[in-house]
Design a protein around this ligand. Structure first.
Ligand code: ZN
Length: 320
């Protein structure tokens, strides 16, 4: 009785609720932990008047809203309906999935299955990184630019013992396109070698960073266990000032880390867990399916990779 009371009390205080592993659901569990820690998203879902949505078990944002609201309360959390709903939308149960793919799949389903388009736009804006891509012809020097957006920054890891700053620097470096990769230049009216790059126009309230740890190696997927360090807080201006478009006026670029999706094991066979930071106490917790415990920042750093078995895969930063 006392233990039961303690657990309920603890859950309420910590706000970190474990989720049972149901039919190999560690990937979905880890994303639910991440979404639950993104309280801006939970608040927007709560504002959605979903009473008229047909409860046919196919609407992912509806089922996700139910789980996320339960995770923030003292009610028991059941996420089986959510997992079956994902299954009906093509994310099969009993199968290992890629967290980064399912993350985008869920964001996409929010866009297509939620009928309140104003809220949909607000949810997109939480993650939206506006960028300008430019292609400069190396023969006539003319420049073509295009504005677009990303919902995360996909960072390639080129070598061992690197840092988030190195990966960001490399993401915003210009690269040359030659040979088969030549682009059509309107001035030259021909395919010419060019220099291509990406610059930031605006940074979002929630910055999702994907560390691209999977590499296709002659038809089979290899996981890169390289060590990549990342800070608990950082100022984007100080770590990637070359990343900004000339007319970008944004100066509030300080971010703090609040969730880390961790992958253990190999590309073909592994397990996902999450480190999440509590909203009020700002303490770190580790959620391994139904098991949750408080940890130190040192333990979060054990997911840098290198000698460690488990490696950070997605980093969620919040603008301060
Ligand atoms: Zn040209």
């Amino acid at each position: 009785m006392a233990a039961n009371f303690f657990n309920r009390h603890f859950c309420h205080v910590s706000g970190i609720r474990g989720l049972t592993n149901y039919c190999l659901s560690c990937c979905a569990n880890t994303l639910l932990q991440t979404f639950s820690a993104t309280w801006e998203l939970v608040d927007l879902l709560k504002r959605w008047d979903s009473a008229h949505v047909t409860p046919n078990g196919r609407n992912v944002p509806l089922e996700m809203k139910k789980v996320l609201v339960a995770m923030q309360s003292e009610q028991p959390v059941s996420h089986q309906d959510f997992l079956h709903c994902l299954d009906r939308n093509g994310v099969q149960l009993h199968t290992q999935h890629d967290a980064d793919e399912i993350f985008f799949f869920i964001l996409n389903l929010i866009q297509t299955q939620m009928d309140d388009k104003i809220l949909v736009e607000k949810i997109q804006s939480l993650y939206k990184v506006s960028v300008q891509t430019h292609v400069q012809c190396l023969e006539c020097a003319s420049v073509q630019t295009k504005a677009s957006y990303l919902l995360s920054l996909p960072l390639h890891i080129k070598e061992d013992d690197t840092s988030l700053k190195d990966c960001l620097t490399s993401f915003f470096e210009d690269h040359e396109l030659r040979g088969l990769n030549c682009c059509f230049c309107l001035q030259c009216e021909a395919k010419t070698p060019s220099k291509q790059g990406v610059r930031l126009l605006t940074l979002p309230p929630i910055l999702c960073v994907q560390l691209k740890r999977y590499r296709n190696n002659g038809g089979y997927t290899q996981k890169l266990g390289y060590r990549v360090t990342f800070p608990e807080t950082f100022d984007f201006l100080s770590i990637a000032d070359q990343a900004f478009a000339k007319d970008m006026a944004q100066r509030d670029c300080r971010y703090s880390l609040y969730a880390v999706v961790v992958h253990s094991g190999s590309a073909g066979c592994g397990h996902y867990t999450t480190f999440v930071r509590h909203r009020e106490s700002r303490s770190w917790y580790h959620a391994d399916d139904s098991q949750t415990r408080q940890v130190t920042w040192n333990e979060v750093q054990s997911s840098y990779g290198g000698g460690h078995r488990h490696t950070a895969y997605m980093l969620m930063y919040r603008r301060e």
